[in-house]
Design a protein around this ligand. Structure first.
Ligand code: ATP
Ligand code: MG
Length: 436
């Protein structure tokens, strides 16, 4: 946002006025040159963390990585903040995941420790000047993601860079430089040393970007896909699998904006499940698949919310197949779920892919957009307290009674509190629900 930019400018000015060098660095420079809105601003400076702290005061600075020279400077009365990092080069990487020490250095050396040329530029906002030690501007023009220095060496240092290259190329619609790509292909199996959390984070960012198909294709070509999601490729050389894969990609291209959970549910649509009984219907297969998908989500240490949403979607990807024939209460209960919008999208995607009739999906989309919220999810007619007042004692039967009243309400058969109470009285006086 603009206020964030203003704040990043302010931070650079304050440092500058205190006699330090202060430059915008990395991704925000790249994005600004591409006229894209940066997701965050980073400032690089020759001021040491203690000195940054003196300039902005104790209450406005949070040491986030003081040991490697990073200080978070927070804006007063807003969420905006800027990471201020002292120019640094990293010591040797011993485990291929993070450097084992840092050393303060010149801007040029700081640029050279960064991953890709387009990510290695600085911008001096005070003098309106780009500082490019690594040929970033040229690669930005060419649309190339290229490792700074020797690709093989840079990837050996930090294996996550393989996924960053794919993600950044897809997001910016760039290509990966051939020698960088060759180094990735050669080292793809080593992605296994990176934590699943960081892998999942990159995968999620790829799946939400509009060019998710491009990202997945390059993951596959580079040999990374079978490493990070072995579950979806039993054998990609088989003609069948190739066809499945092509179809999956077309499905992922159906909407430009997709949530991670929706895209992930599509990606995992054909994940192998235990052989179902002959007579198993599609709902049973979707439920079985949701169980397998849950295991994959757990393995990737996704949050409970992400896991639940993904599984719920997998389970309901054909839920609207017979939507016009569903009782209203079933349809309404489905459409008030928090994932309803994505479920509608998923059902459309599934129907389009199988060249099935879109009538049911379109019927539901219309129903969803035209039905007022208070009709989809009306205020309940009575509650547990009313059941007690009517002489019933609390117990397992309570929910059943309330649910059946709710169903009748959603079906439009019971519209008043009086009708609901009469219904309860009939139960109390010994009639069963079915007789009503
Ligand atoms: P975005 O913020 O859109 O994800 P970004 O390029 O800004 O993209 P960040 O993770 O914010 O990515 O990192 C900021 C900068 O830090 C990068 O532009 C790059 O210069 C450097 N950087 C980040 N991760 C690495 C890495 N694994 N190896 C080397 N440099 C990195
Ligand atoms: Mg960034």
């Amino acid at each position: 946002s603009n206020t964030r930019r203003e704040f990043a400018l302010y931070v650079a000015r304050e440092l500058h006025e205190a006699g330090y060098q202060a430059l915008w660095a990395g991704g925000c420079v790249r994005d600004a040159l591409l006229k894209r809105a940066p997701t965050d601003y980073d400032v690089a400076t020759d001021a040491r963390p203690e000195e940054v702290r003196k300039v902005f005061g104790r209450h406005r600075t949070v040491p986030v990585g003081a040991s490697f020279g990073v200080m978070l400077v927070t804006a007063p009365r807003s969420e905006d903040n800027v990471e201020v990092a002292t120019f640094r080069k990293e010591g040797p990487y011993l485990d291929g995941r993070r450097p084992d020490s840092v050393q303060y250095c010149t801007p040029e050396e700081d640029a050279r420790r960064r991953d890709f040329t387009i990510n290695g530029m600085f911008y001096d906002p005070i003098n309106d000047e780009v500082l490019d030690f690594v040929g970033g501007q040229e690669d930005l023009k060419l649309g190339i993601v290229r490792a700074i220095g020797d690709a093989h060496h840079r990837i050996t240092e930090d294996k996550l860079r393989m996924l960053r290259a794919v993600r950044i190329a897809a997001t910016l619609e760039f290509t990966i430089d051939p020698s960088t790509a060759a180094a990735i292909a050669e080292m793809a199996t080593e992605i296994a040393v990176v934590s699943v959390e960081r892998i999942a984070h990159e995968l999620a960012r790829m799946l939400v970007c509009p060019r998710r198909v491009r990202a997945l294709e390059s993951l596959r070509e580079l040999g990374l896909l079978r490493m990070i999601l072995p579950e979806i490729i039993p054998n990609l050389n088989e003609v069948d699998s190739v066809e499945h894969w092509g179809k999956t990609l077309r499905m992922l291209d159906e909407f430009e904006v997709m949530s991670f959970e929706l895209a992930f549910a599509v990606l995992l649509r054909e994940v192998p499940i235990q052989q179902c009984k002959e007579d198993d219907d599609s709902a049973a297969r979707d439920a079985a698949r949701a169980k397998v998908v849950e295991q994959i989500c757990r393995r990737l240490k996704l949050s409970n919310q992400q896991t639940e949403r993904t599984c719920w979607l997998v389970e309901h990807r054909h839920a609207l197949r017979d939507a016009p024939q569903l009782p209203l209460h079933v349809l309404k209960r489905l459409l008030v779920q928090p994932g309803a919008k994505e479920m509608l999208m998923l059902n459309r995607i599934a129907a389009v892919a199988t060249e099935a009739d879109l009538t049911a999906v379109e019927f539901t989309e219309r129903f969803y957009s035209e039905t007022p919220a208070e009709e989809l999810n009306p205020h309940e007619l009575i509650n547990g307290g009313d059941l007690i007042a009517a002489g019933l004692s609390p117990g397992p039967g309570f929910k059943e009674i309330l649910d059946s009243i709710r169903d009748r309400q959603l079906d439009g058969e019971m519209t008043t509190r009086e009708a609901a109470l009469t219904f309860v009285d009939q139960i109390v006086s010994g009639k069963t629900i079915e007789e009503n």
